[in-house]
Ligand binder design. Structure first.
Ligand SMILES: Cc1cc2nc3c(=O)[nH]c(=O)nc-3n(C[C@H](O)[C@H](O)[C@H](O)COP(=O)(O)O)c2cc1C
Ligand code: SF4
Length: 263
């Protein structure tokens, strides 16, 4: 239940809230000041768009007006060329320096993922961050146990037995996203949050790689599920290795042709 309020003296009567609220919770009114529809409090998803967009600073949500929002400064936006370069030059990083990733950096990365989109603004993502080398290695060992048990990928098992971790890649940090199975779209929401972190990592001097083997095992191998000790009803929906890249890529490799039908 949310509380939406319009301060009439501040309203510029531009109708922007009417057009932008995702659930149409503001309605044009003959006196010019939009009205809030019946039952809006229950329908509102708390996305904050109305507060964030109103030029007159007339709207507050749950008692929090524009003064609770950071300003948007377009001069900070990266250029089109910078964005193209950034996304094309990102790579999955699998070889890391031994140095630990400091906690303030990790906190900044996790924090930015709070602004990732989520279904109905549910923001269901929870995190576990492993920074202890031994703990990360033990998680990899459990994934290898699962592979052995399932008779999967014997070459990866063999490599692990010989000191090469192709599960967590000897990464100094493993970030695990989990959410309630009852969330509306936990797979998508966790994946998008992790994708935000992976995309932002280079700006912090870090690189990352999705921990696919770990993710799969963490959803089904009970000894690993037990070690993770998630809250009741939660599942792992994604995981990312992070660390300082040992090597720098010098080129952007080719990719398949764009496959698209324009209709
Ligand atoms: C998996 C997923 C499904 C979504 N589906 C819809 C949708 O069907 N219609 C819609 O208007 N917004 C949809 N959204 C957008 C969310 O409502 C939005 O991300 C959330 O309200 C937070 O707002 P923001 O993205 O502007 O921060 C979806 C987002 C996600 C991640
Ligand atoms: S917070 Fe979002 S859903 Fe709620 S009234 Fe404002 S714009 Fe509409």
């Amino acid at each position: 239940m949310h509380q939406i309020q319009i301060t009439p003296e501040k309203c510029l009567q531009d109708g922007i809230c009417v057009q932008t609220c995702p659930f149409g919770l503001f309605r044009d009114h003959p006196d010019g000041i939009p009205e809030i529809v019946d039952g809006a409090g229950e329908l509102c998803i708390g996305c904050g768009h109305c507060v964030a967009i109103c030029p007159g600073e007339a709207i507050s949500l749950d008692g929090q007006g524009p003064e609770w929002c950071d300003p948007v400064d377009r001069t900070w936006a990266p250029s089109k060329e910078q964005i193209l370069y950034h996304f094309r030059s990102r790579r999955s990083i699998r070889v890391y320096k031994e140095e630990a990733v400091d906690r303030p950096t990790l906190e900044s990365l996790l924090d930015l993922a709070r602004w990732a989109p989520s279904a109905r603004n549910g923001q269901p993502v929870h995190w576990i961050v492993f920074q202890d080398h031994e703990a990360i290695h033990n998680l990899a060992r459990l994934v290898v146990d699962w592979m052995r048990h399932k008779n999967l990928l014997p070459e990866i098992v063999h490599a692990f037995d010989n000191g090469k971790d192709m599960i967590n890649r000897h990464a100094p940090c493993l970030v695990v996203a989990h959410a309630s199975e009852q969330a509306l779209k936990p797979v998508e929401d966790c994946s998008i949050a992790l994708a935000h972190i992976e995309a932002a990592a280079p700006a912090f001097g870090l690189g990352g790689c999705w921990a696919g083997f770990f993710m799969t095992a963490a959803q089904q191998y009970q000894p690993l599920v037990d070690v993770l000790d998630l809250p009741q009803g939660h599942r792992v929906y994604g995981a990312l290795m992070l660390g300082v890249p040992r090597f720098s890529y010098r080129r952007i490799p080719p990719r398949q042709e764009l496959q698209v039908q324009w209709r």
